[in-house]
Design a binder for this molecule. Structure first.
Ligand SMILES: NC(=O)c1ccc[n+]([C@@H]2O[C@H](COP(=O)([O-])OP(=O)(O)OC[C@H]3O[C@@H](n4cnc5c(N)ncnc54)[C@H](OP(=O)(O)O)[C@@H]3O)[C@@H](O)[C@H]2O)c1
Length: 326
């Protein structure tokens, strides 16, 4: 089969379409014929050699796909050859075929095209597990989402709105902020021109953000703690602003706050299956009813994966960038 390989780490042109062995489904897995794969920021790091796949996983990049079940491994129940699915992966998605632990499969939601379903697994599982299962966002609370127009951000805004939480976003341009507003964000902060700590305080009458979903890390650590409400939960899922910051424990303690950080890719398959099951129960009906939608910025053929990576790196996108095999 064809798949993207990385013979030498480097820039976007390190991504090469190659002939590789077709995987086979092991016990408890299914083989999926891929229709589309989502492009994630983590794929850029893997391409550069900074984010190796977990032990035993495919060297082919790609953390999520949509497609059709081609074959079932031993002991798989509840799925049949020909089912239209999307899936969360530890790797291997930039390919014509990928093997997936059965617990990480989801049906293509009603009303969503097979290709666009590839935009869902990684962002929905990341947002649901962090904002709801970990940070326990409640109706009426305020969620601050950094990078509101990112793949992750566009899903966080929509899901928070569904539980009647108030959403404040940061983004780097007026056009991106407008896209966030259309998705349901109430307070828009251009981080290049304004201080989000001041804007959060002003918008919440000094209360602060009950939950912060952060992808910047070190650079925002002290300001995020300053923006937290009493009993607030700061969840750090990205390190775009570095890994080593200074935490003022007195400031955090005064707020009885929590700082939590998680990574989806490295979780054991059992934990991923639990998250996927929760997403299927709580989020899939919202998507099937049209209240929550995949936000797709662009679709590129698999052979042009380099162009897709350039587009993600340029950072002008709103939502997800996809690779298609068709
Ligand atoms: N831990 C996990 O399990 C997990 C899982 C999935 C994703 N992630 C992380 O989540 C993040 C988003 O992923 P993605 O695939 O959705 O990436 P993406 O679409 O490329 O989004 C990156 C975003 O970062 C924003 N940004 C950059 N500098 C910023 C700043 N100083 N303040 C606020 N926003 C800023 C960009 O907005 P502007 O262009 O406006 O600057 C852009 O929207 C990445 O860091 C990724 O690694 C983590």
């Amino acid at each position: 089969m064809k798949a993207i390989s990385i013979p030498q780490f480097g820039g976007p042109d390190a991504l090469v379409l190659a002939d590789v062995d077709t995987p086979t489904a092991r016990a408890g897995e299914v083989l999926v014929r891929v229709a589309a794969a989502g492009v994630n920021r983590a794929d850029l790091l893997q391409r550069e050699g900074h984010y190796p796949p977990p032990a035993g996983e495919s060297e082919v990049p790609g953390l999520e796909v949509s497609g059709v079940v081609e074959a079932l491994g031993e002991g798989v129940d509840g799925w049949a050859v020909g089912d239209e699915v999307c899936a969360l992966l530890a790797g291997g998605g930039y390919a014509e075929m990928v093997r997936v632990p059965a617990g990480q499969l989801l049906p293509v939601p009603e009303g969503v095209s097979m290709v666009d379903a590839a935009a869902l697994p990684e962002v929905v599982c990341t947002v649901w597990s962090n904002v709801f299962l970990v940070a326990n966002l409640q109706p009426g609370e305020t969620l601050l989402v950094h990078g509101g127009s990112s793949g992750i951000g566009t899903m966080a805004i929509q899901l928070a709105q569904q539980v009647a939480a108030h959403v404040i976003v940061t983004a780097g341009s007026a056009a991106k902020l407008e896209a966030c507003r259309e998705l349901g964000a109430e307070v828009l902060v251009n981080y290049r021109e304004e201080d989000f700590v001041e804007r959060v305080a002003e918008a919440t009458d000094g209360h602060g953000a009950d939950v912060i979903l952060d992808l910047i890390g070190a650079k925002y650590l002290s300001r995020n703690v300053a923006a937290l409400a009493t009993s607030g939960r700061l969840v750090i899922i990205g390190m775009q602003g570095g890994t080593r910051g200074e935490l003022d424990i007195a400031a955090l303690m005064a707020k009885r706050g929590a700082v939590i950080s998680t990574s989806l890719r490295a979780r054991p398959t059992g934990e991923k299956a639990t998250i996927v099951a929760a997403v299927r129960e709580h989020v899939w009906p919202l998507i099937a009813s049209g209240r929550v939608q995949p936000i797709v910025h662009s679709r590129h053929p698999l052979a042009q994966a380099a162009a897709a990576h350039r587009e993600l790196e340029a950072g002008d996108h709103v939502g997800k960038i996809l690779l298609t095999t068709g």
